[in-house]
Design a protein around this ligand. Structure first.
Ligand SMILES: Cc1cc2nc3c(=O)[nH]c(=O)nc-3n(C[C@H](O)[C@H](O)[C@H](O)COP(=O)(O)OP(=O)(O)OC[C@H]3O[C@@H](n4cnc5c(N)ncnc54)[C@H](O)[C@@H]3O)c2cc1C
Length: 467
């Protein structure tokens, strides 16, 4: 179905992006053959590093003419294999398009290229007293283009929403090579279909994003972080829904089971208070007025204690806060360190269902005699479920993963949730799409894909179930 990259194609690519931006050979391909998804890899035939929308357009025109698959790639920190070139062909890296083009203080907007690392946007706008809330735990490694393609979220989604809530303008290149500009520095815009929201979360299957306008907020002046240990796993989960039921919207409510805390401790060689607790909540509150934040803090603290928290520890200074959040952000790495084979799911349920989700996850683990460690963004209903291989034999593991995965998905769906909250379908979850979406929706999505990319050159092998 697809042609191979031959010497003529390589020559054409060199003419577009320059010889230094066309990478060939096994050693150069290795970093582009995988993302952060455990156990998934496929080698590209060639890697092209574009530096402008015009170059992206010319690469896509060439690929279109030659019928060669193109896989867009940001920083390669995805967790669903979206940037893995499962059909080979060209990996189109946006890593060199990494400039923050403008911070517009009058309109509270920032304009960036797709390869900018998300944490660099945070730091740049915060230096101006401004705030870009979406904060994936990978923020110091992943790119804003990847965040848009995945619809990335983060702990602060509880109060501030996800990437989709901040994108006002996009420049994107269609698989045909045409360059389109959607929206701009506009807070309101209902001119025609909302193509911006269609491209967000489309996992690089519809267009390649080459420029982004993001809305900013004033930086909140006051922030309080609480670490709350519990002896009872379920009591921590119950607290999450009780806080929301009391109409308090913290910035973040993260849930961390004991095994995730212990794994981080071992990796960082730093002690977390109450490391023998069954679970911890990490809660952040923010605002502009100290009294208002303190009033919420009082209520949240009381609710935690009412549900049996051992203590409510307050991080008073920046250093302590940063250490707490560093520990939280290291959990994935720490679990991978513990058990290099680790199957991670990313289910999401209505927030009030969190206690049921977490409780029944324990039943699944017991039934399958496997260690399942949960942590994540409990405040927005999104939990990362880690099934650890530990010393399970390869043969049993091969049978176990599909069975456990399907049970986890069916549990989330039965609670009114879905199979991924922020990591995406990519290559890893596509065969499970029919569990979550009805045939009419999948067919409509196929027709949208067809309208953008009739020859299916852009990121094939993603989202849609095989066949
Ligand atoms: C330790 C760790 C913690 C994480 N925590 C979070 C978290 O809290 N929240 C969260 O949402 N995710 C999280 N992730 C997942 C991941 O970081 C996000 O999905 C992130 O958005 C990926 O960005 P990237 O630049 O690495 O994208 P890549 O992995 O390079 O690509 C991801 C997808 O985007 C497409 N793509 C990339 N750039 C473009 C572009 N310019 N135009 C079109 N398509 C493009 C690719 O084709 C691919 O389908 C975490 C990952 C790790 C490893």
């Amino acid at each position: 179905m697809y042609r191979k990259v031959d010497a003529g194609v390589v020559e054409g690519l060199r003419r577009i992006v320059g010889k230094e931006n066309v990478l060939l050979g096994p050693e150069a391909m290795e970093p582009y053959a995988h993302d952060e998804t455990v156990g998934l890899r496929a080698e590209p035939e060639v890697v092209v590093r574009a530096t402008s929308a015009a170059q992206v357009s010319a690469v896509l025109r060439l690929a279109q003419r030659e019928r060669i698959p193109v896989t867009p790639r940001g920083a390669g920190y995805g967790l669903s294999g979206g940037a893995v070139p499962v059909y080979g062909g060209i990996v189109l890296s946006l890593e060199k398009m990494n400039r923050i083009l403008e911070i517009d203080r009058e309109n509270l907007m920032v304009t960036v290229e797709p390869g900018v690392i998300t944490g660099d946007i945070h730091r740049a706008v915060e230096a101006e007293g401004l705030f870009y809330p979406p904060d994936p735990a990978s923020l110091d490694s992943c790119s804003i283009g990847g965040n848009i393609a995945e619809g990335a979220g983060g702990p602060r989604a509880v109060k501030y929403g996800t990437t989709k809530d901040y994108v006002c303008g996009l420049e994107a290149v269609l698989p045909s090579g045409e360059i389109i500009t959607c929206g701009g520095k506009l807070v309101k815009n209902v001119t025609g279909y909302n193509l911006i929201q269609l491209l967000i979360g489309s996992e690089g299957t519809l267009a390649v994003v080459t420029q982004i306008v993001l809305r900013l907020l004033p930086l909140p002046r006051v922030q309080v972080d609480l670490l709350v240990p519990y002896d009872d796993f379920q009591a921590a989960a119950d607290t999450v829904s009780d806080i929301i039921a009391h109409h308090i919207l913290p910035t973040a409510i993260e849930f961390m089971e004991r095994d995730s805390i212990l794994a981080v401790q071992r990796l960082l060689r730093k002690k977390v208070p109450h490391d023998d607790a069954a679970a911890h909540l990490l809660i952040q509150l923010d605002g502009n007025r100290r009294e208002a934040v303190d009033a919420d803090f009082e209520v949240v603290g009381e609710l935690c204690l009412k549900h049996g928290a051992r203590d409510v520890l307050v991080a008073k200074d920046r250093r302590t806060r940063d250490r707490l959040w560093e520990a939280r952000r290291m959990i994935i790495e720490a679990l991978n360190h513990e058990s290099p084979v680790n199957h991670m799911e990313d289910v999401v349920v209505p927030r009030a269902e969190i206690p049921r989700l977490l409780g029944r996850m324990k039943e699944i683990a017991a039934r399958h005699e496997v260690r399942i460690v949960c942590f994540g963004h409990a405040g927005d209903g999104n939990v990362h479920v880690n099934v650890l291989k530990d010393d399970i034999s390869d043969e049993r593991w091969e049978r176990l993963v599909p069975a456990v995965t399907e049970e986890i998905y069916r549990l989330a769906l039965s609670l009114g949730g879905t199979i991924t909250g922020e990591h995406g379908i990519g290559a890893g979850r596509r065969r499970y799409l029919p569990l979550a979406l009805d045939p009419a929706q999948i067919e409509l999505m196929r027709r949208i894909k067809e309208a953008f990319d009739p020859n299916r050159i852009l990121n094939p092998g993603k989202i849609f179930p095989p066949g």
